[in-house]
Write a new protein. Structure first.
Length: 83
C-alpha cells in the first residue's frame, strides 16, 4: 500500500477548499442578485459567508474584506438602486 505524499495531500485539501470557496462566493453573489432581501437580510448573508470562508481559510479575513466584501456590496448597491 503506497502512502500519499504529504505535500500532495495538502495540495488536494487546498484545492478542495478553494473549490468550496468558489461555490460559496458564487452562491452568495447569486442570492444577493436574485432574492428579494432587505438590506439587513443581505448584510447577514454577507456576514455568514465571511464566517464560512474563515472556516475554510482562517488566516484570510483581510483577503475577504478586500475582495469579496466589496463585490457583495457592489451587487447590493446596484440592485437596491434599481428598485
Amino acid at each position: 500500500m503506497k502512502m500519499d505524499d504529504p505535500l500532495e495531500v495538502e495540495r488536494r485539501d487546498e484545492d478542495r477548499r478553494i473549490e468550496q470557496l468558489r461555490r460559496l462566493v458564487d452562491a452568495t453573489a447569486e442570492r444577493l442578485k436574485a432574492e428579494e432581501l432587505d438590506w439587513d437580510e443581505a448584510r447577514q448573508w454577507i456576514v455568514q459567508t465571511r464566517k464560512q470562508v474563515l472556516e475554510l481559510f482562517p488566516d484570510k479575513a483581510e483577503v475577504f474584506d478586500l475582495i469579496y466584501k466589496p463585490r457583495f456590496y457592489r451587487i447590493l448597491d446596484e440592485r437596491l438602486h434599481r428598485m
